[in-house]
Design a protein around this ligand. Structure first.
Ligand code: GLU
Length: 478
């Protein structure tokens, strides 16, 4: 069987947004599932939209997210160059060939003449004026250095039909397609031409891209047919929406992969979540590694309808990844975020991190989760009130000295020892265990809620500070 070859063909117009990465990911998953190749091609022919640095962002994002290509500008391959601006001569040669085949023609019309072709609604539709030029006239004009473009010669009648693997049969009447420009006057190809030539020359078997190209595909097929090339298989992907009305788009500044990484999302969870935007696995399992995704990916799971980007769900997924990480893994990723916290450097970093692991969904929540440790001072003793546990300021007044005494006797200052001591105390005092733990925790934190229980926090604070805080809290209630 022929080897599957898919490609991701971004234009370097800024950062790589979520929709772009989703297209790349599906191309990657589809190829990998079938032992095929995944190619990166940079489509930089629209120089006006070119943004410096964005090619590097594309390379970095793809490497970092694991959606790695087998061939591309920076890794090489047998079908290069993989940057369109370096393929100018190739397009020229193929455009001339298409002219000979009758699929395209030279057009010398001035911008003024074109502007004069506006219809009632202001749309310009080229009238095939230059199609009439003879070979000799064309040669003469070119010799005289007259500027020209090459246009596609779209039939006036008939219908272009193809079957998209997601959207089914698509038909467009040729009368609705204009003779678009294939080669601009500066010799650069347009996307409409370059995508066809490159997909053919790079041996692309399956074209995977956004639905915005669904209705222009018949005009690309006209070119494949004119050259006598086999058309690729088309797989168009549903749009990703920000909400019911608005598309997620980089032009609107919607977040990119790297923004989410900076915000502290677990990288694997971003890729995992993106995979679910427009595709659902047969099983109900949603947490999937890149390898799981390759194994489970199939075209029949791709939906036709737009999907809404739900950051809350992505956050949840990120939290699931954090829960399942080993402590070492978590530490490695979380440390840069812990350094942002006010308490970094004051307490043992492993203890700080164990306090928050499993209690944050994204790394950037770490600092704020630990803030309570940095802010100890006078607090409202009404916080001791907990009806459910039958705790109150009165009870606190009674037992705080006893808690202190009990803990003061412990030398191996560890959560489990501290916990046993407080359980023992609750039995001695005949007070519910939860009430003792509640009072101890409020006393040493001054907060109604905190990540971690009393003894976990006490271990982190250390003996001296814990006892000092118990004294301080006792002074507030007595
Ligand atoms: N350069 C096009 C884009 O960024 C690629 C479309 C395609 O995959 O054919 O939208």
């Amino acid at each position: 069987m022929e080897k599957v070859r898919t490609r991701f063909a971004p234009s370097p117009t800024g950062y790589l947004h979520i929709g772009g990465l989703r297209t790349a990911l599906y191309g990657y998953l589809f190829a990998k599932k079938q032992g095929g190749d995944f190619i990166l091609r940079i489509e930089d022919t629209d120089t006006a939209r070119y943004v410096d640095g964005s090619v590097q962002i594309i390379y970095d994002t793809m490497r970092d997210s694991g959606v790695m290509y087998d061939e591309g500008p920076d890794v090489g391959g047998n079908y290069g160059p993989y940057v369109q601006s370096e393929r100018k001569n190739i397009y020229k040669e193929y455009a001339e060939k298409l002219v000979e085949l009758g699929g395209a023609y030279y057009c010398f019309c001035s911008p003024e003449r074109i502007a004069g072709l506006k219809d009632e609604s202001g749309n310009v539709r080229y009238d095939k004026h230059c199609l009439k030029l003879s070979k000799e006239e064309i040669a003469e004009k070119i010799k005289n250095g007259e500027p020209y473009v090459i246009r596609q010669n779209v039939p006036l009648e008939g219908t272009g039909t193809y079957t998209d693997l997601v959207y089914g049969e698509i038909s467009v009447d040729y009368k609705d397609i204009e003779d678009g420009i294939l080669i601009k006057s500066d010799g650069m190809p347009t996307y409409n031409f370059a995508n066809v030539v490159d997909d053919y020359l790079m041996g692309i078997t399956h074209v995977i891209r956004g639905t915005e190209y669904l209705s222009s595909t018949p005009k690309y097929n006209l070119m494949y047919d004119a050259y006598g090339w086999r058309r690729p298989v088309y797989i168009h992907l549903p749009p990703i929406m920000k909400d019911a009305q608005h598309k997620l788009s980089k032009r609107n500044g919607d977040a990119s992969y790297e923004d989410f990484v900076k915000k502290g999302y677990v990288k694997e969870s971003i890729v995992n979540y993106i995979a679910l935007l427009g595709w659902s696995p047969k099983s109900n399992v949603e947490k999937m590694s890149l390898n799981d995704l390759i194994e489970n990916f199939s075209l029949d799971g791709i939906s036709k309808s737009p999907s809404i980007f739900d950051e809350v769900k992505m956050k949840w997924l990120s939290g699931e990844y954090i829960k399942e990480m080993t402590f070492e893994e978590f530490k490695e990723k979380a440390l840069p975020f812990l350094k942002e916290s006010k308490v970094y450097g004051k307490y043992n970093e492993d203890k700080l991190l164990s306090l928050v692991k499993g209690r944050v969904q994204i790394y950037s929540e770490i600092a704020e989760k630990l803030d309570f440790l940095a802010e100890f001072g006078a607090f409202d003793t009404a916080l001791f009130e907990n009806q459910k546990q039958k705790a109150s300021a009165q009870v606190a007044k009674k037992i705080l000295p006893k808690i202190k005494e009990k803990l003061a006797g412990i030398d191996a200052w560890e959560n489990s020892n501290l916990f046993s001591a407080l359980v023992e105390l609750s039995a001695e005092l005949d007070i519910k265990k939860q009430a003792v733990l509640w009072i101890a925790r409020v006393a040493i934190t001054g907060k109604e809620s905190t990540p971690g229980g009393a003894t976990e926090i006490a271990e982190l604070l250390g003996k001296e500070e814990t006892l000092a805080r118990l004294d301080f809290a006792f002074d507030l209630v007595k």
